[in-house]
Design a protein around this ligand. Structure first.
Ligand code: UD1
Length: 429
């Protein structure tokens, strides 16, 4: 298993290109199941999760092809991906594929909408608390699906096709919003989703679906209205920039000091995170092509933050913020309100000398004068990158194990940080 080795203490200076958003690319790829025509996605990040989803979609009969100039060993060539699901050859998404990535469960809605039946394994993915699928199932039932559980599989049928309905999410869920939104595009009549996720990735997927001929209004707000259509067609769509990658590199610069231009980043995608960074004393300037992030000399101020659905502070930046606040001058309070058990990075940060105490969903981070390099273990995708940020400011050598978590969500991380002066390298096993 690959590891990442960092020698901390270098300020970051340079330009980092921001990739397409993983959390938009995955549902956009899944949306290709809704049409026999070709969906062309541009700005698709080169990530392990994208490769895994390609395998899952191929299993359903989707042809996939890349074009572009980025040729590398694992088959992801360029950032333009063509997906054509001319015929769905298999409506089963097997355990062995779905268990590795939770988002693959979202094939359920599109398969059910197009083929009127689907059999999808219960999902896996990051081990961050119990992540049930009850909202996905309740939403699809509101569209007339008959659902049962059989041997670890969700078996769904919609004889005669899905029918529009009203569904009010009892709790905001990004994945369930994607799943039901995609299903509703081919349902008969009108569907109204209330208390839907407002994440920019939902609006991005809806915009692609509308190019495909769907009739969706209100995506990006809590109420989405969908008029079902008989069929969808091909479209070309550019994946929006990754706001979590943007926030992660902004926090890395805030931690090390220095100044970095995040090329292609969009400030409007992460308002709460940028507010928190400004409150902590980080300079952030928007340009028409990206974000300039700098911290020169000024000490970091502690912050109080609670994670929340968009437009609140994203849970996917909580671990990174915690690593940053380890070096603030005072005590920060960080409350995780989306997922249980999403503090697994705390014990690893402690190995680097962090002073963090956790009580329930609240972490108190006492800033320390310095961190010291150590060997640490990545536990999930966002936790692993928080260890990289901590390693960049720690004295001496930090080795992050289980880097495959990072490869699920961060494209060319060591190259991007290395080009800004970080001493970081991948150790191949
Ligand atoms: C997505 C993101 C993930 C992010 C999360 C929250 C992708 C690929 N993943 O994950 O990076 O951390 O949103 O912003 O976009 N829940 C239920 N029942 C359900 C579904 C969810 O109770 O049927 C709960 C979850 O346990 C969690 C909360 O709802 O407490 C939010 O989860 P959800 O928004 O669904 O997360 P994901 O879509 O899995």
């Amino acid at each position: 298993m690959d590891r990442i080795r960092i020698i901390g203490g270098e300020r970051l200076k340079g330009t980092i290109p921001i990739s397409g958003a993983k959390n938009a690319a995955l549902p956009l790829m899944i949306a290709s199941l809704l049409t026999p025509d070709t969906i062309t996605l541009k700005n698709v990040p080169n990530l392990a999760d994208v490769g895994l989803l390609i395998r899952i979609l191929r299993n359903h009969g989707t042809d996939t092809a890349f074009d572009g100039k980025r040729a590398i060993a694992n088959g992801h060539q360029g950032d333009t991906l063509h997906l054509t699901a001319r015929d769905i050859v298999d409506t089963t998404a097997p355990y062995d594929l779905v268990r590795r990535m939770r988002a693959s469960f979202w094939v359920l809605g599109p398969l059910l909408a197009r083929e009127h039946k689907a059999r999808v394994s219960l999902p896996g993915g990051c081990a961050i608390g119990t992540r049930p699928v009850d909202l996905h199932l309740a939403g699809l039932q509101a569209l007339g699906a008959e659902i049962s559980l059989d041997g670890g599989y969700v078996v769904a049928n919609a004889p005669g096709g899905l029918k529009g309905g009203v569904f009010s999410f009892p709790k905001v869920s990004v994945g369930a919003t994607h799943n039901i939104l995609m299903a509703a595009t081919l349902a008969k009549g009108e569907t109204v989703l209330e208390n839907a996720a407002c994440e920019p990735e939902v609006a991005d997927v809806a915009s692609c679906l509308n190019k495909m001929g769907a009739k969706i209004e209100g995506a990006g707000t809590p109420t989405i209205t969908i008029q079902g259509v008989n069929e969808l067609e091909g479209a070309t769509h550019t994946v929006l920039p990754d706001r979590i990658e943007t926030g992660t590199y902004a926090m890395a610069v805030a931690a090390t000091g220095g100044e970095v231009y995040l090329d292609g980043a969009r400030a409007d995608l992460l308002p709460a995170a940028l507010d928190v960074l400004r409150e902590a004393g980080v300079d952030i300037t928007e340009t028409n092509r990206g974000l300039h992030v700098a911290r020169n000399g000024a000490a970091l101020k502690p912050v109080n933050v609670t994670t929340a659905p968009y437009p609140g502070f994203p849970t996917d930046l909580q671990a990174q913020l915690m690593a940053l606040m380890c070096r603030a001058g005072g005590v920060s309070q960080i409350r995780e309100a989306i997922f249980e058990n999403r503090f697994m990075h705390v014990q690893e940060l402690a190995r680097l000398g962090a002073d963090i105490s956790v009580s329930g969903d609240m972490a108190k981070v006492r800033g320390v004068p310095s961190l010291r390099g150590a060997e640490v273990m990545a536990t999930d995708l966002r936790a692993s990158v928080s260890l990289v940020i901590a390693g960049l400011v720690a004295e001496g050598e930090t080795v992050v194990n289980r880097v495959y978590h990072l490869d699920r969500g961060f494209e060319r991380l060591e190259e991007k940080l290395g080009s800004c002066g970080a001493r970081i390298e991948r150790l191949h096993s």
